[in-house]
Write a protein that binds this ligand. Structure first.
Ligand SMILES: Cc1ncc(COP(=O)(O)O)c(C=O)c1O
Length: 384
């Protein structure tokens, strides 16, 4: 039987945004989770140089493997051998490698709900069973060690993301250690999505490797490095999985693009430019958090990292897709509907991405305030 996979509804919003823009509408894109900035200037310059001088065949950049391995030592004080790093075409295929290397069809994998839409759908595509654990504001929308420990039957695996999409919340170090301990005790294999590392505002994110040396870690150049379209990422596996995961990469995807691998190595050391982006996001986050009361959106978990705010809009609707579409048609501000992240409760939520420029965040707030005020007036009148 062919696996059933749900659509990504933010894409429908993106399509509407595109149609409106084609008709001359001035659209502010807060629906997609991607930086509006490009790759670091030095990385682009390197790509130009490579394009003019190299044939560009199948290739694995050993210097990039070394650089990534060194990053774990520098950032987390964890020793990693470059053999454990597998270059991928972004985090998305890294999940395919991770999940197929760890689990047999039918295995049960726990994850927080809400969570990144592709976790659920990738699991289903690979004939694995998502075990979604409802997480609310009390847990800051993150899975806890206690909730994991209480699962019966014990799942085979766990996907964690800290900072997370759609909420941006970070799992505190003590809790991450406790989750690792439950997994060790119960034999639960961990896949840790660390794609938003580097983008944090309240505390820096820890790597799961600091607590679970046999965790499989997924990362990418799409977010902090501002290189989503270059399609470059990596998977980090324990030594006993290197052969299994590498065989999958070379058979399913061969290698990431040569240009991306060269550019990625340069991007690793463009800290000043990249930290400049983080400063912009930090400012955008502050502006949006300050504006939320004016929008009447009080129920959120303030994001520690990433570039998202996931807001409860249940006082306005139980059809977030319609709400997002109407907001886009009326104001030109595109946002993502909560149903992408949570098939059960997500119809009462929406996600704002603040990875656009600060003037666009300011403009979006100005457009949204009167719109949300009007919606609240209509909803209140209907409730009376
Ligand atoms: C949490 C999370 N993981 C993975 C991905 C996929 O990233 P990539 O572009 O590296 O495939 C995304 C993309 O938005 C994401 O939000």
């Amino acid at each position: 039987m062919v696996a059933k996979v749900e659509p990504f509804h933010a894409m429908a919003i993106g399509r509407l945004a595109y149609e409106l823009a084609e008709g001359g509408r001035d659209v502010i894109h807060m629906e997609y989770g991607q930086p509006s900035t490009g790759a670091p200037a030095a990385a682009i310059a390197k790509a130009h140089e490579v394009l003019d001088s190299e044939p560009g065949g199948y290739w694995e950049n050993i210097a990039l493997l070394d650089r990534i391995a060194r990053h774990y030592d520098d950032a987390y004080d964890v020793k990693v051998d470059r053999e454990q790093v597998i270059l991928t075409c972004g985090a998305s295929p890294a999940f395919v490698l991770a999940l197929t290397s760890l689990f047999e069809p039918g295995a049960r994998v726990a994850l927080a709900r809400p969570g990144y839409v592709a976790y659920r759908n990738t699991l289903k595509t690979l004939y694995l069973e998502p075990v979604e654990v409802a997480c609310g504001p009390a847990e800051r929308y993150q899975i806890t060690a206690a909730a994991l420990d209480a699962l019966d039957p014990v799942p085979d695996g766990l996907i964690v993301a800290s900072p997370a999409n759609p909420t941006g919340t970070i799992i505190a170090p003590g809790e991450l250690a406790a989750i690792a301990e439950v997994c060790r005790r119960k034999g639960i294999r961990i896949v840790s999505d660390e794609i938003y590392h580097g983008l944090s505002y309240t505390q820096s994110a820890q790597s799961m490797l600091q607590y679970a040396p046999d965790a499989v870690v997924v990362n990418s150049f799409s977010k902090y490095y501002s290189m989503a379209g270059w399609r470059l990422g990596w998977l980090l596996v324990p030594p006993n999985l290197v052969g299994v995961a590498r065989a999958r990469m070379s058979n399913l995807f061969l290698t990431p693009s040569v240009l991306a691998q060269h550019a990625g190595l340069v991007a690793f050391d463009c800290r000043e430019e990249l930290e400049g982006h983080v400063e912009v996001y930090a400012r955008n986050r502050e502006l949006l958090l300050a504006a939320l009361p004016r929008l009447g959106l009080q129920k959120i978990a303030p994001p520690d990292g990433a570039f998202y705010i996931y807001a409860d809009v249940s006082h306005l609707t139980d059809d977030c897709l319609a709400l997002c579409q109407q907001l886009l048609r009326d104001t030109g501000v595109a946002t993502a509907p909560g149903i992408d992240f949570d098939p059960v409760d997500g119809h009462r939520f929406m996600r704002f991405s603040f990875a656009v420029s600060t003037p666009l965040v300011e403009e979006a707030i100005e457009r949204m305030v009167p719109w949300f005020e009007e919606r609240a007036r209509v909803a209140n009148a209907a409730a009376r």
